[in-house]
Design a protein around this ligand. Sequence first.
Ligand code: CTP
Length: 397
Amino acid sequence: MLKGKKIILGITGSIAAYKSVFLLRLLLQEGAEVKVIMTPAAKDFITPLTLSTLSKNPVLTELFDEQSWSNHVMLGRWADLFVIAPLSCNTLAKMAQGICDNLLLAVYLSATCPVAVAPAMDEDMWKHSSTKENLQRLKSFGNSIIPVGNGALASGLHGEGRMAEPEQILEFIKEHFSVANELQGKKVLVTAGPTYEPIDPVRFIGNHSSGKMGIAIANELCNRGAEVTLILGPTKETVNNSRISIIKVTTALEMYEAVENRFDITDLTIMAAAVADYTPVKQATQKIKKHEAGLSLDLIKTRDILKAIGERKKSGQILVGFALETNNETEYAKEKLVKKNADLIVLNSMQDKGAGFNHDTNKVTIFSKDQVFEFETKTKQEVAKDIVDTIIRLYYA
Ligand code: CTP
């Protein structure tokens, strides 16, 4: 099943490191080629000799020694998958912050392959808010988290935080490779975030879109093997997935031009951005001063990007739009499907709790011309998976 797959197994300083030996053996039995990287702390728990003997490859721990330098960039490019098991709390925090003080972290930061981590820690550490936040950051970078188990812990206590068993990690890896390539060779365009329409040098017309949903979709598409370009409006969110090409834009016009430039060579376009419908006719060159009288702004309509590319769509190109509605959701969503010549419309209802702008969760319904797919409230990463699964099932299975 894993024949010919190149895997880097990263091991960090945790008592669960002894289980990595079993994981390594399972990966080798499945035909994978494995290179092992250890953090310095991991060597306190398990010897490199055991791992190098089993993997038939030298175990790498240092960025450089007196004689040589480990090419972390090439390692990250060599691998089809980088699995860090166990992932300690300390390495997790460093990964979340972009710290690079050992070889494992340097490979992580330069890896172009997907990354999966299997955390291992005591329950209290596992439940700490900083751990949750750090894991959330890793997810936002497009990394996969292998769920922890429940049971006996190194502290002698019982609870959540045990590293998943080697067999479970192997299943996760097999599953990853069975779905990872569904969109191999497909060029995908995703728009995300708001647009800002300048009024004067200090003010703009914008909206509350955080860009999280579109970024989660871009990450998911990337994990399925697609070549992803993300056209991103102004957002505080960071996208640290080096496999995604990012084009930053500010206005609706800039977003239109970026989409238009790339649309013809794109197989799948997902328009998750909340594009401004109106923009000021004129942008004042100096700050507008206040006066006793009120202020009226003349606005003109922006180009409807989705509609414009819908009109140009050729056979084989798939177009997915979003609809954000506060009322008559179904009717408006179906109307957008026809008006914009989209293949699917993903409806975000503002009426559902935990859905819409600035939440980490969302609830969507997907409309095609003849089917409706309803989903529960889920994290935006899970919603992204549902959306991508639906697209693959309908058009690429
Ligand atoms: N959209 C677009 N260009 C615009 C406005 C919207 O491409 N100028 C896209 C959005 O990215 C989304 C879809 O159109 O995929 C629907 O956006 P929405 O704001 O819900 O609808 P509108 O078309 O703007 O219509 P209305 O505001 O009347 O609901």
